[in-house]
Write a new protein. Structure first.
Ligand code: IFM
Length: 399
């Protein structure tokens, strides 16, 4: 048994630094937000950079036992090779705060945003990418000695697509695209390119080796599990090829990991032309995806099969809705499907809800995923009934 699979089941919520901190001025995303035609800027975000203690306390007081948050590379290394001791100390304080509140920290090293200089230098497909990312990861290990869970790269299968935005930094040709989850109106993600996939797998394996060398953390990466299905029996072959390029190749790369992060929200059909755009429907979520709480059960079973039994940590699951009653209903159903899978013998180490806070949804503010609402002028936090509900589930240990 790995350390991961013997630890107590984690009940928590997740965030990402660029989506909550605010004023992430040195990041590539700060540039994209100003330049992409459909995007709203992150600005102050929800100022969690300063208010993280309040945010963590709300989770702990509700009864949750874990908090997944990220370290922002652009802050820790604002210029190539120049590491900020003050920023490392900031993230160390976050770890200490989580531990002192009884929250197990689950730390993500890269969640979609990279330093602007890194992209200008050539980015993820450039010659220096692995060396630069490895140097950053090595430096961050200085503050991770007692962190039990480390996620290297978030949703590489979505991030491969975001890499296309790098064009907005180095040229005037701004790509016409939206973020992965804004699917209303038939938006379909392009396939990850083989070069992007290979580079991200290499980066993950390099980071995994560094984290293992310098810490005792369980290490893995967190994958967007798409719960794809064939629109009709004759589309089975196309389903397999789409699923391989969009998901399974990343799951296979998790085979030597201590855990695999499963992130599931909805499902999508595949026909002989590829992904079928989700039709608009009043039941869709605020990011245009169908209301499918069963996606989580499908996702964990698929990840378990493809990884050949790597322990699973649900690192994200949730719903973009303005109706908190619907959030509770969705999450209850999703947890029921998760616990059916656990009862069937899957090794699941925890459930981290996306998201702790209403936050910046990559160019958009309307899709609200949070257990906690935030007034973006005063930054006042208001816990929603779903936070209290999830805390009670956590204390009970089952939905
Ligand atoms: O907000 C995102 C997160 O950054 C990655 N996973 C999906 C979430 C909801 O779209």
């Amino acid at each position: 048994m790995t350390e991961a699979s013997t630890a107590a089941f984690l009940w928590g919520a997740a965030t990402a630094p660029h989506q909550i901190e605010g004023n992430n001025l040195n990041s590539d995303w700060w540039v994209y937000e100003q330049r992409m035609p459909h995007f709203n800027p992150s600005g102050d975000a929800v100022d969690s950079y300063h208010r993280y203690e309040e945010d963590m306390r709300l989770l702990a007081d509700a009864g949750l036992t874990a908090y997944r948050f990220g370290i922002e590379w652009a802050r820790v290394e604002p210029l190539p090779g120049a590491f900020s001791l003050a920023e490392l100390a900031h993230y160390r304080r976050m770890i200490d705060t989580a531990l002192s509140l009884g929250l197990t920290p689950v730390v993500t090293l890269h969640h979609f945003s990279s330093p602007r200089w890194f992209i200008e230098e050539g980015g993820w497909l450039g010659d220096t990418a692995l060396e630069r990312f490895s140097a950053y990861v090595t430096r961050v290990c200085d503050i991770l000695h007692d962190v039990p869970w480390v996620c290297t790269i978030n949703e590489p299968n979505m991030f491969a697509f975001m890499m296309l935005m790098a064009g907005a930094i180095n040229s005037d040709a701004v790509p016409e695209m939206d973020t992965p989850t804004m699917q209303e109106g038939g938006f379909v993600l392009p396939l990850p390119t083989p070069a992007a996939t290979q580079r991200l797998v290499e980066a993950h394996h390099a980071a995994r080796a560094i984290v293992r060398e310098h810490t005792t953390a369980a290490v893995g990466w967190t994958i967007a599990n798409l719960a794809l299905y064939a629109a009709a029996p004759e589309n089975e072959q196309r389903l397999r090829t789409e699923r391989y390029a969009r998901e399974d190749v990343f799951l296979e790369a998790a085979r030597g990991d201590d855990f695999v992060g499963v992130q599931a929200y909805s499902t999508q059909a595949v026909d002989d032309n590829g992904l079928v755009p989700n039709p608009p429907s009043p039941d869709n979520t605020l990011v245009g995806t169908p209301y499918r709480p069963d996606a989580l059960g499908i996702a964990v079973r698929h990840a378990w099969e493809v990884t050949s039994g790597v322990p699973i940590l649900v690192t994200e699951n949730g719903i973009a809705t303005a109706d908190d009653t619907r959030r509770i209903a969705y999450t209850f159903e999703a947890l029921r499907h998760l616990f059916d899978a656990i009862d069937d013998g899957l090794d699941v180490c925890g459930y981290l809800h996306w998201s702790a806070l209403d936050n910046f949804e990559w160019g958009h503010w309307e899709p609200t995923f949070g257990l906690i609402a935030v007034d973006r002028t005063t930054f006042a936090r208001t816990p929603k009934p779903s936070l209290e509900w999830l805390g009670e589930v956590a204390q009970r240990g089952r939905p």
